[in-house]
Design a protein around this ligand. Structure first.
Ligand code: IPM
Ligand code: MN
Length: 353
C-alpha cells in the first residue's frame, strides 16, 4: 500500500518520539512491501516562532494532501506564563482539529500486565480493564461563542443534532466492533446540551439493538472509571467532559507515555499520543516513544493494515517484557533505556519477527 503521511513533530519531546515512530513505520514498510512517504510540516510553538502562526496554511495544505497525519505534541512553557501572548501553540491544535473536521477523538485505555503496579490504582481492580473513550472534538464549549470583559465571561456549550448524531454513530459502530456495551456520559440532570445528547442517543439505540447502551452522569463516571474500570467497553462524551475524563483514565495504564489516540472526521485522519510536549525532557532522550509508536499502529490499522498494526503491538509488548523501558516505567534496579534505544529495539523486533 502507498501512504502519504504528513509528519507534524511539533515541540518539546515531539521530534524525538516522532523519529522513533517513523523508524518503526519504515521497518513495517520494508517488511510488508509498503511505500510510506513523509512530508514534514510546522505546527505549535515552533510554527509561531518561525511564521507567527501555530497552524500555518502550508501545514494545512500538507495535511489535506496526505492520507494521514502523524502528530507528536505541541506546547511551550514560554506561552503558558504569558497571559498577554496573543497566539498560543494550543490554538494551532484546535485550529487543526476544526479545519480537518476531526470530530471524533478515539482514546483507547488498556493495561499492560507487567505494568499494573505502575498505576496508582490497585492491580486487582485494573486487571482486564480495556475500553475506549470517544470524545467529541470540534464542538461544545471549546468552540461555542465566547465572551470576556473584566466583569463577565462566558463560553457557550452548544451542540447541534448533526454534530451529536455523527459522533454517536462512531460510538455505536465502535461498540458493535467491540463488546457491544456503550456508556453515554453526560450531565443531563443539569445541562440542556446533555439532554439533547441523551434524547438523540435514545433514538439511535433502536437502530443498534445488539448494543447494550447505558447512561451515566459525568461526575459518577469520573468515579467509576477509577473504581470499576472493567465495567466499561466504549464511552462516548462531549468535548470538555472527554478532555477531563481521558486525563483521568490515563493513570490506568501506568504511564502517559503509553497512550495513543486517533482523531477522525471529515478530512485527513490524525494519529497522536495522548500526552503533551513535556518541555522539561527535551533533548534528554528520556521520553517514552511508545505512545507515538502505538499511534503509528493505529494509523496502519485505520487503513486495514491489521497484521502490521498487530506486529507493532507485539513488538511493544515484547520490549516491555524484556524490560527495555524508559525511566518512568523502569524495573526497580534494572537498566533504563533512552527514547532512541527503546525505538530501535522495537524497530529491530519488527525486522526480525
Ligand atoms: C488534549 C489537550 C488539548 C485539549 C489542549 C492542549 C488544547 O488537553 O488534547 O486533551 O484540551 O483538547
Ligand atoms: Mn486534555
Amino acid at each position: 500500500m502507498n501512504l502519504k503521511i504528513a509528519v507534524l513533530a511539533g515541540d518539546g519531546i515531539g521530534p524525538e518520539i516522532m523519529k522513533q515512530g517513523v523508524a518503526v513505520l519504515n521497518e513495517v514498510a520494508a517488511k510488508f512491501n509498503h511505500k510510506f512517504t513523509y512530508t514534514e510540516a510546522l505546527c505549535g510553538a515552533h510554527a509561531i516562532d518561525e511564521v507567527g502562526d501555530p497552524f500555518p496554511d502550508d501545514t494545512f495544505k500538507v495535511c489535506m494532501d496526505a492520507d494521514a497525519v502523524l502528530f507528536a505534541a505541541v506546547g511551550d512553557p514560554k506561552f503558558d506564563n504569558n497571559p498577554t501572548a496573543k497566539v498560543r501553540p494550543e490554538q494551532g491544535l484546535l485550529a487543526m482539529r476544526k479545519k480537518l473536521g476531526l470530530f471524533a477523538n478515539v482514546r483507547p485505555v488498556a493495561t499492560f500486565e507487567c505494568l499494573l503496579h505502575k498505576s496508582p490504582l490497585k492491580d486487582e481492580l485494573l486487571r482486564g480493564a480495556d475500553f475506549v473513550v470517544i470524545r467529541e472534538l470540534t464542538g461544545g464549549m471549546y468552540f461555542g461563542e465566547k465572551y470576556q470583559d473584566n466583569d463577565k465571561a462566558y463560553d457557550t456549550d452548544i451542540y447541534t443534532r448533526p454534530e451529536i448524531e455523527r459522533i454517536l454513530k462512531v460510538a455505536f459502530d465502535t461498540a458493535m466492533k467491540r463488546n457491544k456495551h456503550l456508556t453515554v456520559v453526560d450531565k443531563a440532570n443539569v445541562l440542556a446540551s446533555s439532554r439533547l445528547w441523551r434524547l438523540i442517543a435514545k433514538e439511535m439505540e433502536t437502530s443498534y439493538p445488539e448494543v447494550n447502551t447505558d447512561y451515566m452522569f459525568i461526575d459518577n463516571a469520573s468515579m467509576r472509571v477509577l473504581t470499576e474500570p472493567t465495567f466499561f467497553d466504549v464511552i462516548v462524551t462531549e468535548n470538555t467532559f472527554g478532555d477531563i475524563l481521558t486525563d483521568e483514565t490515563s493513570c490506568i495504564t501506568g504511564s502517559m507515555g503509553l497512550q495513543p489516540s486517533a482523531s477522525l472526521g471529515e478530512h485527513t485522519p490524525l494519529f497522536e499520543p495522548v500526552h503533551g510536549s513535556w518541555p522539561q525532557a527535551t533533548g534528554k532522550n528520556i521520553a517514552n516513544p511508545i505512545a507515538q509508536i502505538l499511534s503509528a499502529a493505529m494509523l496502519l490499522e485505520h487503513f486495514g493494515l491489521n497484521t502490521e498494526g498487530q506486529l507493532i503491538r507485539k513488538a511493544v509488548d515484547a520490549s516491555l517484557d524484556a524490560n527495555v523501558r524508559t525511566p518512568e516505567i523502569q524495573v526497580e534496579g534494572g537498566n533504563t533505556y533512552g527514547t532512541t534505544e527503546v525505538g530501535k529495539w522495537i524497530a529491530d523486533y519488527i525486522k526480525n519477527n
